[in-house]
Structure formats: structure tokens, C-alpha cells
Design a binder for this molecule. Sequence first.
Ligand code: DCT
Ligand code: MG
Length: 413
Amino acid sequence: MGVTRRMFLMELARRKGFRVESELSDSVTHIVAENNSYPEVMDWLRGQAVGDSSRFELLDISWFTACMEAGRPVDSEMKYRLMEQSHSPPLNTPDSEAPSFVASKVSQYSCQRKTTLNNCNKKFTEIIEEGESSRAKEVLNDERYKSFKQFTSVFGVGVKTSEKWYRMGLRTLEELKADKTLKLSKMQKAGFLYYEDLVSCVSKAEADAVSLIVKNTVCTFLPDALVTITGGFRRGKKTGHDIDFLITNPGPREDDELLHKVVDLWKKQDLLLYYDIIESTFLKEQIPSRKVDAMDNFQKCFAILKLYQPRVDNSSYNTSKKIDMAEVKDWKAIRVDLVITPFEQYAYALLGWTGSRQFGRDLRRYATHEKKMILDNHALYDRKKRVFLKAGSEEEIFAHLGLDYVEPWERNA
Ligand code: DCT
Ligand code: MG
């Protein structure tokens, strides 16, 4: 236990007339531990050069608490004793039949936990979500924070640009729009142009509609191609800020031109509002990146697609104010990411792009610190054996890492 708690408990016991030693000595008869298993206490005793540990009673903190309550030493019954077979110390509760999982350890790695969208810790995280704490309120009311929040809500605007604009004295989106001297990138121009559509979330229905378009287009060029929705939608989310697609062609045939062909067709069909193709920078036999937040090296396209969705125009019923149909916007701008992966890297790319971001970070941390392996969106490398571990499915990657499989909808860390 922590020093402060130990001092407090020792003082409490002394005040009640117990004799408490600060160090292990011949006069010690009872040893009290909190959150330590029997093997851990035995290890500690060995470190203290104690030959015969049987002369001590090894007890859980629940014995101490019972003693404090009674004001005298209570019997060291079985339920208070640390024992070889027990995996966890007895619970600090009079009910000795309390479920054992309560005291079992929760892994620090989210890849060893199951996190569904049903957040059972709402009680604790609401502070963060609702800002219902004085500290959170302070931060949320901060001028700089408010401006950054607005600026970064624009597609293509990150903290660096926000910082620059804030230093120029700009504070709101209206001020940005009004400032004609601002130099905007092609991405930021699109961000402002389709701002309202892009900040309103993408629904599952919209994701399904876009999925059809992507599949149809890709398959006109590569009939056997595999097109998979990844990101939040694969984790079961009902809304998202974009739609992430992973595209691969089973078999040896690869087509570096596929993305370009898809983009060209969409341009002809007037479906593309913005796009940026990043070429692949992957080198064969490249050792995975150690950075937990590194960008991967796949060929990819960040795009804004025009999704047509005929809107019910209520005003047409109002004969006096009949709006010309041409004025009614019948589409929505949707952010789409297309990622192309070679088939042999598909499982790794799928695992990486399914996220969540936190889940991915923890997988990589786990691989590095617990397995001496390096994981990224392309491969898994065993540093001890100096080999790349092949995987045809996500299940195989979890197995390589010695982890129980976690379903996509349980990766919402
Ligand atoms: N990812 C990655 N490498 C990147 C970018 C993203 O491995 N360079 C992973 C992390 C999560 C996943 O891809 C999808 O990214 P986002 O779309 O940013 O997250 P999301 O979980 O889909 O969230 P949202 O619903 O807001 O789109
Ligand atoms: Mg996404």
C-alpha cells in the first residue's frame, strides 16, 4: 500500500493500543498486506532474508479492519488469511461468498479488455463528456480552447494552423470567413465550402449508400476486389465523422492505377467534391514502425463525395412560395477515406483501420513491451526470432500476440 495510507493505518492501530512495528523484526507476529497475493508476500519475505516464514500470520487488510472495528485482535480465521491457492486476496467485505472477479486485475492494455459501445463507466466519464466539473468548466470557457475547437472543426485545419490564426487575433469561424487575406489550402477551402455537411455526422444509412457506390465503382475495374468498411462503423457505431474503406485484390494481381481510375470516373460522374491521392511509400521487408501514432504507408485517397439524397421539399406544398427545384440542394458532402492494401497485408491493415485509435495504440504497446514484437498496419515483426509473422485474418494476429480474440464491436476503447 502507499506510504500515506500505511502511516495512517499504523497510527490508527497504535491509538487503539496495538503494537505496530515499522520494520520486520523478531517481535513481529502478524503481517498485513493489501492488494498483494500470497506469492507476492512470500517473494517479499525472501527478499528480507527470512528463513522460516511459518512463524508469521500472513493476513489480508480485512483482518486489520475487523480488528480496528472490534478494538482488539480478532481471530485470524481462514477468510482473513493469505493462502497459496488463492489468486486474489480476500475481499474487504463480511460476505465471504462475494464474486472473486471483483478483486481480479484489470489489464492496463485495452486490447486485453472488451469495450463495447455500452459504456458502464458513464458515471466517471460524464465529467469529461458534459464538462460537469469546475476544472472542466474552466477549460471549456477558455477563449483559446473555444477558438481552437471551432477552427479544428474545419476539414484540413489542425492545431498548428489554429495556433497561427489565434495569434493573428482571429477568434471565430465568422472572422475566418470574413478575412479575405487568409491563405487557405485546397483542403481547407473544401472544408469551408462543405462545412455544414461535414460537421453533421455521417449516419449508418449514408455509410451503406456510399458503400454501394464505392463497391460498384471498384468492381467495374477489379471484379474480384474486396471492399470493406472499417473505422467506427465496423465497430458498430451508428454515426461517424467519415467513412473508412479498405480495398484489396485477392490473388497476386495488384493495380497501382485503381485509385486513379476510381477518382477519374467519379469526376466524370460529378460525384467528387475534393480528393487527394497519397501514393504508397511502403518498402518490402520494412521493419514495422515503433511509433504508436505513425501514419501507415498505404496508397490512399482522402475524398469528399457527393451523396445524392432527394429531400422532401415541404415548401412545394405552399403554392404561394413555390421554390424552383434547381435551388434545392439534393446531395450531402461526405468524407470518405479509401485505403489500398496488398492482399498479404490485408489482415494487418484491417486491424489497424478498424481502430479504435486507443485500441490500436494499446495493441502496439502490448506487442512492444510484453512480446518483444513490433506491430503496425502492415506487419508484425518478431524481434527475438527476427521474422515477419504472416497472418490471413485478425484472429491469427491476436494468436501471434498471445491475446484472446477481441471482436470489432469490443474495440471501442
Ligand atoms: N487509423 C490508422 N492510421 C491512420 C488513421 C487512422 O491506423 N493514419 C485508424 C485509427 C482508427 C481508424 O483508422 C479510423 O480512423 P477515424 O476515421 O479517424 O476514426 P473512427 O474510429 O472511424 O472515428 P469516426 O467515427 O469519427 O470516423
Ligand atoms: Mg472513421
